[in-house]
Design a protein around this ligand. Structure first.
Ligand code: ADP
Length: 342
């Protein structure tokens, strides 16, 4: 392990890897990389390399684990033995079990599990190369893998950590900042800003936590833009693709400039799409529609009056003889039926 650096942030506010305190590491994503998974995403974030794969929804075995009203979402975070400098012992550990649990819960408000009763949705997050921030990187990749698998979701989830070095708050900690910093606070949130994962290592004051959360929100906005650009690239129309290309967003969305452009472009695209869907009709059209509606209502009321008279219940008396002959008919039909079955 490298030694503790004397200073993490220089007099110009620049960190050891050249970033400002509120800047995330460059992130690139590629969706649909695994042909046998229902959805997948490969994500690089700084020196982190993570692969997320989603299998399902599929029937859950053993059946006793099934939930009658919804699907079970299982999240497994795993660090490959070769992902760190010193080889990690393969298999689950206390750390990976804990990360799997909290990361799975980070998707709780967005995944619409009610559509798949008794089913299971398996999310595998494999860390191929670790360099601090792997649980957040895995969540960012898993979100896209879930969308790639076609799982209905209310929105995306993004994750980023905030920490403290040299007495200053910094987002998306790199390895030395994570190892020697005063705090590490990984956070995941929905697009509405609802926090779905929050863990803390180290010490921060309440004010620092509040400020840190705001910094993470800004970081997550950049991640949402990257995720949306990746989604548009894979599922968008040709025109949307052109917009992305023009903004230089297709291959790599890493520099701060590109990210803010991405946010604007994606927002514009969404607004355009929404405007098309809810085109406001001209005044004349509204009047015409109102008249048609009134006419329909009047017609319906007339019909109702007429039908009211017609629908009077008519009760006629049936003689005992008629009943006996009917039941004889039924019996002889049943006998005929039995013959056919034999
Ligand atoms: P995160 O990766 O989410 O930041 P931690 O804060 O627990 O999670 O770990 C920080 C970094 O420390 C990891 O990204 C990885 O580079 C390294 N690390 C974690 N666990 C181990 C381990 N068992 N052996 C070697 N390095 C590890």
């Amino acid at each position: 392990m490298s030694d503790k650096p004397e200073k993490f942030i220089d007099e110009n506010g620049i960190r050891l890897d050249g970033r400002r305190v509120d800047e995330i590491r460059p992130m690139t994503v590629e969706m649909g990389v695994l042909s046998r998974a229902d959805g997948s995403c490969y994500l690089e974030w700084g020196n982190n390399k993570v692969l997320a794969a989603v299998y399902g929804p599929r029937e859950l075995h053993p059946r006793r684990l099934q939930r009658p009203g919804e699907a079970l979402v299982r999240y497994r975070y795993n660090m490959a033995a070769f992902s760190v400098e010193d080889r990690i012992r393969p298999g689950p550990s206390r750390r990976s079990t804990e990360i799997s649990k909290v990361s799975g819960e980070a998707f709780e408000p967005v995944v619409m599990k009610q559509f798949y009763p008794s089913a299971v949705i398996d999310v595998f997050a494999e860390v191929l190369q670790a360099d601090a921030g792997t649980r957040t990187a895995a969540i960012n990749a898993a979100t896209l893998a879930l969308v790639d698998a076609g799982i209905p979701m209310k929105g995306l989830v993004a994750a980023c950590a905030v920490g403290k070095v040299d007495g200053q708050l910094v987002i998306d900690l790199n390895k030395p900042e994570d190892n020697y910093g005063d705090a590490d606070l990984p956070i995941a949130m929905t697009e509405d800003g609802e926090i779905t994962l929050l863990q803390m290592d180290g010490n921060l004051t309440v004010e620092e936590i509040n400020k840190g959360v705001e910094m993470v929100k800004a970081g997550c906005e950049q991640i949402f833009a990257i995720q949306k650009a990746a989604l548009l690239e894979k599922f968008g129309t040709a025109e949307e693709d052109e917009v992305l290309e023009d903004a230089g967003l297709q291959a790599e969305i890493s520099s701060e400039e590109n990210v803010s452009e991405a946010v604007e472009e994606v927002e514009e695209l969404v607004e355009e799409a929404a405007a098309e869907e809810t085109e406001v009709p001209e005044d004349e059209e509204v009047e015409e529609a109102e008249t048609m509606f009134e006419e329909d209502v009047a017609e319906f009321e007339d019909d109702e009056e007429e039908n009211g008279e017609e629908l009077e219940v008519v009760v006629t008396e049936v003689s005992e003889e008629e009943i006996t002959s009917e039941s004889e008919d039924i019996e002889s039909n049943e006998e005929e039926g039995d013959k056919y079955e034999q």
